[in-house]
Design a protein around this ligand. Structure first.
Ligand SMILES: *Cc1c(COP(=O)(O)O)cnc(C)c1O
Length: 419
C-alpha cells in the first residue's frame, strides 16, 4: 500500500507513476514542494485560462468569503449569481435568455439533456432520441457517458448507458456523410443533437471546419431538433473566439459552459437556454417544474470568481493575448510538422495537436506513456491522449516558456516516436 489514501481520477495506481506534490501556482507555472518549476502546458486539464492565481479572481473569492459562503438556490438568490447571470446574458448570444447553474461540465450536460427531453415532454410530443457525434466526450456521469464515445473508458458501465443515434466525425473530404446521417436522424424525429463545436477534446483534439458546424445547426433547425453546444472545453477563447460557435455564426438552443467560466479557479458551470425551452417549463403546474439541483448550485464563492473572470475579459486585453498565443503556437507547430515522427499537425485558436509516431498500432501503444515520462522528466505538464500530443496553455504563458514546451516536444518525438 502507498502512503497516501487518495484514489486519483484517471490514474492507474498499479503502474506506480510518480504523483508530484504541488504547492503553488503562478501564471502558467506550478511549483512543487521539492522545488521543481513545472510548465502547465495543458492549463490543468483545460480550465486555467488567465493563468493560475490571477490576482483579481483570488481577491474576488477572498472578498466574497467575508460575506456569504453558500446558499440554498431553490427559491433563494444572491448578488454574485444575479450579477453573473446578467453578465453572461450581456456577452453570450442574445437568444440564450436563461441561465441554469451547476457545478461541473458533466452536470451542465446532464441538465441540457434533461431540459431537451423536458421541453418535448411538457409540449406533449414524444421526441426522446439524442443524437451524438463519434469520438465525442461530454463528461463522466452516466448521462454524459451515454452521449460520449464508447470504449475502454466506459465498457464496464455499458449496462447503465442509454442508446443514442450517432453521426460520423466530419473528416476532411467526408463531411457530407456527417450531414446526411444527421439529416436522417433529425428527419426521424430526434429530440436533440449534442456536439462539441469545432474541436472534439478528449476524443483526440479532432478539429473540423466552422461551415460544417453551421450546416449541422441548420439541419437541426429545419427539423426542430434541439441543438446543444457543449462548449465546456471550447468556450472562453480557447478556439480563438469567445465561443467556438461564434466562428460559424451558430446560436444553439442550449449552451454548456464550465472550465474557463471562473478562469479555472472554482468548480462552476452553467447551461444557458432559449426562451422557448424556458417557456416549455413555465407553468402553474408543478409537474412541469425543471426537476434538477445539486447542493452547491451557484455557490457564491464560485460565482464571485466567475464575475472576476468576466471583468478580466472586459478590462484586460484577453483577446490580444489569445491572438498572440495562437500566432506563436502556429509558428512552433510549423516547426514540429517538419519532423518525420509527426503527422496530422493541426491548430484551432490557442490549441495545437499532432500525432506522434507511425501507424504501427503495437508500436503506438507505448509511445504515449514514453512521451509522458519524458515530459515529466523535463518538468512539463503535458498529457498525451494516446499518441496525440497537444498544447493548450493558459493565455498568460510567456514566450520563453512556450518555446521551451515545444523544444521538449520536438526532442521527445525525435527520440521516442520517429519511425
Ligand atoms: C471536460 C469536459 C466535460 C466535463 O466537464 P467536467 O467539469 O470535467 O465534468 C464535458 N464536455 C466537454 C467537451 C469537456 O471537455
Amino acid at each position: 500500500m502507498t502512503s497516501s489514501p487518495i484514489w486519483h481520477p484517471f490514474t492507474q495506481h498499479g503502474l506506480a507513476e510518480p504523483i508530484p506534490l504541488v504547492e503553488r501556482g503562478d501564471g502558467a507555472v506550478l511549483y512543487t514542494v521539492d522545488g521543481r518549476r513545472i510548465i502547465d502546458a495543458i492549463s490543468s486539464w483545460w480550465v486555467t485560462t488567465h493563468g493560475h492565481c490571477h490576482p483579481r479572481i483570488m481577491a474576488a473569492i477572498c472578498e466574497q468569503a467575508t460575506k456569504l459562503d453558500q446558499l440554498i438556490f431553490a427559491g433563494w438568490t444572491h448578488e454574485p449569481a444575479e450579477d453573473l447571470a446578467r453578465g453572461l446574458r450581456a456577452i453570450m448570444p442574445v437568444d440564450l435568455t436563461r441561465v441554469f447553474f451547476t457545478d461541473s461540465g458533466s452536470t451542465s450536460v446532464e441538465v441540457a439533456l434533461k431540459m431537451a427531453l423536458g421541453y418535448w415532454a411538457n409540449r406533449g410530443e414524444s421526441r426522446q432520441r439524442i443524437v451524438v457525434m463519434d469520438h465525442s466526450y461530454h463528461g463522466d456521469t452516466i448521462g454524459a457517458m451515454s452521449v460520449g464515445a464508447r470504449g475502454v473508458f466506459n465498457a464496464a458501465y455499458a449496462p447503465l448507458l442509454f442508446d443514442v443515434g450517432r453521426v460520423p466525425f466530419p473528416d476532411a473530404g467526408a463531411e457530407q456523410a456527417t450531414l446526411d446521417a444527421l439529416e436522417r436522424e433529425c428527419a426521424g424525429g430526434a429530440a436533440a443533437f449534442i456536439v462539441e463545436p469545432l474541436v472534439l477534446g478528449a476524443g483526440g483534439m479532432k478539429i473540423y471546419a466552422p461551415d460544417v458546424l453551421s450546416e449541422m445547426r441548420a439541419i437541426c433547425a429545419r427539423h426542430g431538433t434541439l441543438f446543444i453546444a457543449d462548449e465546456v472545453m471550447t468556450g472562453w477563447g480557447r478556439t480563438g473566439t469567445l465561443l467556438a460557435c461564434d466562428q460559424a455564426g451558430v446560436v444553439p438552443d442550449l449552451l454548456c459552459l464550465s472550465k474557463g467560466l471562473t478562469g479555472g479557479a472554482m468548480p462552476l458551470a452553467v447551461t444557458m437556454a432559449t426562451e422557448a425551452i424556458w417557456d416549455a417549463h413555465y407553468s402553474t403546474d408543478r409537474a412541469q417544474t425543471f426537476f434538477h439541483s445539486s447542493s452547491y448550485t451557484a455557490n457564491p464563492l464560485a460565482c464571485a470568481a466567475a464575475n472576476a473572470n468576466l471583468a478580466i475579459w472586459r478590462d484586460e486585453p484577453v483577446q490580444q493575448r489569445i491572438d498572440t498565443l495562437a500566432a506563436q503556437q502556429g509558428e512552433h507547430l510549423a516547426g514540429l510538422a517538419k519532423l518525420s515522427g509527426v503527422s496530422n499537425a493541426r491548430q484551432c485558436g490557442t490549441i495545437i495537436a499532432l500525432e506522434a509516431g507511425g501507424d504501427d498500432a503495437a508500436y503506438l501503444s507505448d509511445v504515449g506513456p514514453r512521451l509522458l515520462a519524458r515530459f515529466r522528466e523535463a518538468d512539463m505538464l503535458l498529457r498525451p491522449l494516446g499518441n496525440t500530443v497537444y498544447v493548450m496553455p493558459p493565455y498568460s504563458i510567456t514566450e520563453a516558456d512556450l518555446a521551451n514546451v515545444h523544444a521538449v516536444i520536438a526532442s521527445a518525438v525525435e527520440d521516442i516516436a520517429t519511425p
